[in-house]
Ligand binder design. Structure first.
Ligand code: NI
Length: 435
């Protein structure tokens, strides 16, 4: 008894430790971006614009490679802008953030970046004054951001950039009425409050605001069932081993396949379907959907769909975005294409190549009726293939046995959605009868 609670305390400490690491990583990405923003600040230099633009674009790209989440992009852009305005090593009155901001925006949406650049050039031609042109186009950043970005963190980034640019390029004519210094103080105070709130609502922000009916993270809690899912396959070694285990335990799961891997291992994709498992689309090459243009987003989704259809004959309607992040465009497109976005509420964290015991405890300590559990049968930390899944293969039978012992049944995600729809219909009938 004592021993058991001791183990439980260790589990909790371990989870706390993982969360702390994640937090530290986020801050580190902010600090790295600050350093990137600090370097090569050239004022009144013909190359300055191009260098700043590149810094903005590459700084965001770096943060994305390091940690692909809305929050890390937000910290990265704050770090870049702050580093540029207040460089680490020298004093400098920074009012050249416009090219940096343009680089950041172009990373988030190339169309938006292009529109802003054209607008800046037209306004400069009209006003015959660069600073006024920057000020006027900065006003459009927050307005247009609501059109271009539905992602909360990108909208916040736009507001932040607008604040900084408006202060830096404040027209002298307005200065008599409102001093830009006051604006700066208000902007920094709001930014601080915002960042504190963001950390407070960390989980909330990750999941986005409001109800999202086209996205599922779990099924209803009414039945004692769970859906096991595997991402990034097929893999020439581990997928077969996992399929053997599932067959032996008589469990059906859902596999989110990467188009490129399906093209390389069509036989394994066919085996998944033939043995009664569900499959979903996990993009063609596992690129993050957030920085992609509309055309590239469509290509990632449709090319994977085609590869899966060609190998298995199945046109899947389940989609899982790489790393669980998606753009507003991707979401709209997927809806039009009759896809359901499937996320998860329990992660085995096996991508971190944890020991099997940790993978088991990550799942069994967090599972609830209706949970969607995330495993990986392939995928490296950065690349989409080549990870070591030996520990996933070792942990899987233990997880299945433990959950079976607790009375859980295993369903595919399709089945889970079907049951959820059925329950909705029943509720409607009941409500109707009540009236
Ligand atoms: Ni993935």
């Amino acid at each position: 008894m004592i021993k058991k609670s001791g183990a439980c305390a260790r589990e909790k400490a371990y989870i706390k430790y993982k969360e702390m690491i994640k937090m530290a990583q986020l801050w580190l990405s902010g600090i790295i971006s600050y350093l990137v923003g600090s370097f090569f600040v050239l004022k009144d230099h013909p190359m300055g614009f191009i260098i700043d633009f590149t810094k903005g674009y590459l700084g965001m790209k770096l943060a994305g490679i390091y940690m692909d989440s809305g929050l890390s992009y937000l910290l990265a852009s704050s770090g870049l802008l702050f580093g540029h305005a207040k460089p680490l090593f020298y004093r400098f009155e920074g009012d050249t953030s416009e090219a940096l901001a343009l680089g950041i925006i172009t990373f988030m949406s190339p169309y938006f970046g292009l529109i802003l650049l054209l607008l800046l050039l037209i306004l400069k031609f009209l006003f015959n004054d660069y600073d006024s042109a920057v000020f006027a186009s900065s006003v459009l950043i927050p307005l247009l951001s609501f059109k271009f970005f539905k992602s909360d963190s990108f909208i916040i980034i736009s507001l932040l950039m607008f604040g900084i640019l408006a202060v830096q390029f404040w027209p002298p004519a307005l200065e008599k009425r409102i001093k830009p210094v006051i604006l700066t103080r208000v902007a920094f105070a709001s930014l601080l409050v915002f960042i504190i709130l963001l950390f407070f609502f960390n989980k909330y922000v990750y999941k986005g605001f409001g109800a999202q009916r086209d996205i599922i993270r779990r099924g209803p809690e009414h039945f004692k069932y769970v859906a096991i899912t595997f991402d990034d396959g097929p893999d020439p070694v581990y997928t077969d081993e996992i399929l053997d285990i599932l067959e032996e335990k008589n469990v059906h799961a859902t596999f989110f396949l990467i188009g490129k891997n399906v093209e390389q291992y069509p036989d394994i994709a066919r085996r998944i379907v033939n043995e009664g498992h569900s499959i979903g689309n996990h993009t063609y090459s596992h690129r993050s959907l957030i920085p992609l243009s509309a055309a590239a987003t469509r290509e990632e989704i449709k090319k994977a769909e085609e590869a899966i259809r060609k190998a298995t004959g199945v046109r899947t309607t389940l989609f899982r975005p790489p790393r669980g992040v998606y753009s507003s465009y991707a979401r709209r497109f997927l809806k039009d294409e009759r896809y359901t976005i499937v996320l998860w509420d329990v992660s085995a964290m096996d991508w971190a190549e944890l020991p099997p015991e940790s993978i088991v405890s990550n799942v069994v300590n967090h599972v609830k009726p209706g949970s969607i559990i995330l495993f990986h049968d392939s995928g490296d930390l950065v690349g989409f293939k080549g990870g070591d899944r030996t520990n996933t293969v070792r942990a899987l039978p233990v997880v299945i046995d433990e959950l079976k012992a607790r009375g859980y049944e295993f369903v595919t995600v399709d089945h889970m959605i079907f049951l959820a729809e059925l329950m909705k219909t029943e509720q409607n009938v009941e409500n109707h009868n009540d009236n």
